[in-house]
Ligand binder design. Structure first.
Ligand code: NCD
Length: 322
């Protein structure tokens, strides 16, 4: 089945926040992602669900995985994909985000994938254009496709998230990945735990729908999955941790530490990973325990699903271009 004969009416024009989704939306996205994963694992990778549509990846912050993943996903579906990164754009010459977006919209962009250091940037872009907008990370606020791909990878591994215990450990304070993940994991029925040094625990985290811990061994008890997060030094004003060595000793994931979790517990990481700081390299590379590269592989398929469903809607709303 190609995207063009897919009948489900996805009730969203943009993907800005996990808060906009319900469990059925997630189920549909996972089902389409499974379909695309199957397709890209065979030689038959090129599809035409987005043929004739223009996708612009607007990245105002560095990215390796996310940008490449969206580019690959769009190209596999036949979109014309343009990458626009802040370092080489007129944003450096003082142009506002709004003016940049108005210009890209005038070029008939159908899908805008936006990463920006300001919380709310993707929603701001969505208010300025008819193009479908995908939030690829807005400051410390949200990163919905990362949460969706994490939940998709976990669902495939655990056979479902209902009643599963998932721990997110690390720099929760600065993490949009944690904020999106807590919401989605809750929506899908998982029990969510957070663990961080007190200086990296957001005020009000206890109200997010997760149990909050400071001691890793306690937090790990009975967990089916553990997600490690990087220390986001670029968002830290001052020294919030004593030293990386000491951080690893208290909050770093290792095989030994994982003994406190459920017997087959898996480890995850959204990348970029700092070996020996938030996770031991040997654990990250342990194929029996680590879902890290799986997250990247299924991530491209999940983004194909997002682009496919939003692309269909953009076609309907933007006057049937192409
Ligand atoms: C994360 C991000 O940019 O929010 N990475 C990603 O998208 N895979 C996490 C991070 O930068 O640490």
């Amino acid at each position: 089945m190609s995207g063009s004969d897919f009948a489900y009416d996805f009730p969203h024009r943009n993907l800005l926040s996990i808060a906009d989704l319900n469990p059925l939306d997630a189920e549909i996205l996972f089902s389409r992602a499974s379909h695309w994963l199957e397709a890209i694992r065979t030689a038959n990778r090129k599809k035409d669900a987005l043929k004739g549509l223009t996708q612009i990846n607007l990245f105002f912050e560095p990215s390796t995985r996310t940008q490449a993943s969206f580019e690959i996903a769009g190209k596999r579906l036949g979109a014309d994909v343009v990458n626009f990164s802040a370092a080489s754009s007129s944003a450096k010459k003082g142009e506002s985000l709004a003016d940049t977006v108005r210009n890209l919209a005038a070029m008939q962009a159908d899908i805008l994938v936006v990463r920006h250091p300001a919380a709310g940037a993707a929603a701001h872009v969505a208010a300025l254009t008819n193009a479908a907008v995908v939030n690829a990370g807005d400051g410390m606020h949200e990163h919905p496709t990362q949460a969706l791909l994490d939940a998709f990878a976990l669902t495939r591994r655990l056979g479902g998230l209902g009643g599963r215990r998932v721990l997110i450990v690390g720099d929760i304070l600065h993490s949009r990945v944690a904020r999106s993940n807590v919401q989605l994991l809750n929506l899908l029925g998982a029990e969510v735990r957070l663990c961080a040094p007190p200086t990296l625990t957001p005020v009000g985290a206890a109200g997010w729908g997760a149990q909050v811990f400071t001691r890793l061994d306690e937090a790990l008890e009975g967990c089916d999955a553990v997600m490690a997060l990087r220390l986001q030094r670029e968002r830290m004003a001052g020294g919030l941790i004593p030293s990386e060595r000491e951080y690893f000793r208290f909050w770093g994931l290792t095989h030994k530490r994982l003994d406190a979790a459920a017997p087959d517990a898996v480890v995850m990481h959204p990348g970029p990973m700092n070996r020996g700081v938030e996770i031991d390299g040997a654990l990250a590379d342990d194929e029996a325990r680590s879902l890290i590269l799986d997250q990247v592989e299924v991530g491209a398929a999940l983004r194909m699903a997002v682009l496919e469903l939003l692309g269909e809607n953009a076609r309907k709303h933007n006057g049937g271009r192409a």
